[in-house]
Write a protein that binds this ligand. Structure first.
Ligand code: PGA
Length: 249
């Protein structure tokens, strides 16, 4: 049996409420032929303001869905933040935590990311934990030191059942939105190394960074890559689903 592929789309700060409704007008018929494929799990992560139409479209199509960030406190004086109980009312299944844009643009620390991961797990939601090195860190030979710090700080205080519930997304910062993809061997090397560090053969590890139809097959065929976290190419149903059809060949 061929492996299960996780195709997750991170819309970032794209797709308004009405654009999300339009997305699903196209997505639903395009996804129909793939819907029964037990080897495919599709997920979409939208801005908070698009979560309602996302939840409607996702439930109709039987895909998983969620937000791209959350705050770890349940409520209180945290102006501008969104809590997990607020998101739970949308029936979300997953939340992206620690995306490199959160780490680098919004200066989220490993400590904050660890608290978010724990709070999301405690709520029975799956965190999609992103990690990865910058170009500078790679070129100075620090790729694995940086990732070890990012991964260990997020999971070292968790019990194995929690560690397994996390979906891991290796996203080299230099490959995100740049059109520069990691080679399949580079991506595989890190994903295989991550699996060992996490200490569980069965955890789900995605690769992210300029994934599209034209490079999907070689990346997704690698042994330790279970799927893709897709930014730019996830904004249109055709380019998003093409990633899976290209892999299947
Ligand atoms: P990209 O983004 O596919 O546009 O490179 C990936 C991501 O940041 O999750």
């Amino acid at each position: 049996m061929s492996k299960k592929i996780y195709l997750y789309g991170n819309w970032k700060m794209n797709n308004t409420y009405s654009e999300t409704e339009k997305f699903f007008e196209e997505f639903t018929p395009a996804y129909a032929p793939l819907k029964a494929d037990a080897n495919l799990e599709v997920g979409i992560f939208a801005p908070f303001t698009s979560l309602w139409p996302l939840s409607q479209g996702a439930k109709k199509n039987g895909i998983v869905f969620g937000a791209q960030n959350v705050y770890y406190e349940p409520k209180g004086a945290f102006t501008g933040e969104i809590s997990i109980p607020m998101l739970k009312e949308y029936d979300i299944t997953h939340i992206i935590i620690g995306h490199s844009e959160r780490r680098h643009i919004f200066l989220e620390s490993d400590e904050v990311i660890a608290k978010k991961v724990k709070a999301v797990l405690d709520a029975g939601i799956s965190p999609v934990l992103c990690y990865g090195e910058t170009l500078e860190e790679r070129e100075s030979g620090n790729t694995f030191t940086v990732m070890e710090r990012q991964l260990k700080s997020a999971i070292s205080s968790l019990i194995p059942a929690e560690v397994n519930k996390i979906i891991y997304a290796y996203e080299p910062v230099w490959a995100i939105g740049t059109g520069k993809t990691a080679t399949p061997d580079q991506a595989e090397e890190v994903c295989a190394w991550s699996r060992k560090l996490i200490g569980d053969d069965k955890v789900v590890i995605l690769y992210g960074g300029s994934v599209k139809g034209s490079n999907a097959k070689e990346l997704l065929s690698m042994k330790d890559i279970d799927g893709a976290l897709v930014g730019g190419a996830s904004l249109k149903p055709a380019s998003f689903l093409e990633i899976y059809t290209a892999y299947k060949g």
